[in-house]
Design a protein around this ligand. Sequence first.
Ligand SMILES: Cc1cc2nc3c(=O)[nH]c(=O)nc-3n(C[C@H](O)[C@H](O)[C@H](O)COP(=O)(O)OP(=O)(O)OC[C@H]3O[C@@H](n4cnc5c(N)ncnc54)[C@H](O)[C@@H]3O)c2cc1C
Length: 444
Amino acid sequence: MSVELSGWGRYPVAATDLLQPASAQAAAAMVAGRTGAIARGNGRAYGDAAIGEETTVSLLGLGRMRAFDPATGWLTVEAGVTLAEIVAAFLPRGFFPAVVPGTQFVTVGGMIAADVHGKNHHRDGGFGDHVAALDLMLPDGTRLSCSREQNAELFHATIGGMGLTGYILAATIRLIPVETGWIRQRTLVAETVADTVRLLDAAQDATYSVAWIDGLARGAALGRSLVYLGEHATRAALGGAQVPYRFGPAAKAGPGVPFDLPALTLNRLSVAAFNEAYFRLGAAKAGPERLVGWRPYFFPLDGVADWNRIYGRNGFVQYQFVLPAARSADLLPDLLDRIAQRGSASFLAVLKRLGRGGGLLSFPFEGHTLALDMKMEPGLLAFLAECDRLVAAAGGRLYLAKDARQTRSTFEAGYPGLARFRDIRRRYGLEGRLASRLSRRIGL
Ligand SMILES: Cc1cc2nc3c(=O)[nH]c(=O)nc-3n(C[C@H](O)[C@H](O)[C@H](O)COP(=O)(O)OP(=O)(O)OC[C@H]3O[C@@H](n4cnc5c(N)ncnc54)[C@H](O)[C@@H]3O)c2cc1C
């Protein structure tokens, strides 16, 4: 069946054959003889990573949980199981995934393929660091067990490999014990970008840390932010109001965005007003610790259904880069100033400190990562290409799971593990067989 598909940013949209196997056996039969195919999870990558050059293979049908060992926290699940399903099943039993991204509507396959990072990357690494083993299917139907001991090079290439090493059918991942579903959150106020970086760097011992930056503030307030630090709350830390809801209050259906908002709704003034109000409200709560439920803490945007429609019919791109720690202080002010000057509407500018990298093509390395949404409009692509050059010249790189537009040269400059990755693809006969719109665009 041929369909038009996009990622979460709704840009670009491309035609592809869509296969939807209900089991690993069906997947093997369907992909046999196909070229230009790629796996797809829940479509939460922003750009074109999960759109096959010719064929897209949705693995959402592989949705069974197979085994759990409460003594170690290792959980074995099929790749189409979502993070939301894991949290719903295991948080009430006192376990939470060791690493989570900013939405729970992602699959285990998608989290491994992008080696997603959470607010604890500086301490605990990426999702891939908490994968013990995976079951990988090559495009000819061969199934391989991969781990740090078995088929190790394929294992390291698959973590962060954006689906380009094979179809992840199942994986064993780590859950950590937690006593409650609450987080003890402390908010710090940073008046400038230098303060923001300093506060994040000083918080390396905090389990979770992240800064929300006012991407439109300029001059003396450039890069002002609210820095959020978090720790899992113990049972004893709960106050009277939380005790009956040890694992967090039941989810309320959040408001949705029922149709594409007209492009005029989001403009510099409306976003500046939102950012100002958000900053003031947050700053007023700075100081003492507060208890925050796991949903608003980890997945704040999941409360607004289909929020990607807020940017209108043309969609948006998310721009996320990482800079080496030693270069951030020079370059972040320049990049933030360019972004603020352009006045691109962005509710979300998030700065995180990242730790050591994982797989061959994993995005994170020791440094600072900035992520922000930008509405697709004339001039945006040229503006971002200029930012790409600055990021690449400083030894930084762009996140493939968020990317919809970088060129081959920026990509090649940023990923030194590429030569080994290409070599592995060649040796396993994957070139041409596995290809996405992303891989074709960046020459993989
Ligand atoms: C609101 C929001 C917040 C986010 N926050 C973060 C964040 O904090 N940190 C972060 O790192 N990311 C974040 N992301 C990005 C998201 O975590 C990744 O894009 C993730 O890969 C999406 O998973 P998915 O199941 O939707 O995969 P898809 O988008 O469907 O696919 C993503 C990639 O994984 C590959 N893939 C999917 N399933 C398989 C499989 N079974 N076998 C092989 N390859 C497969 C695809 O080929 C593709 O290359 C966020 C995304 C959103 C929408």
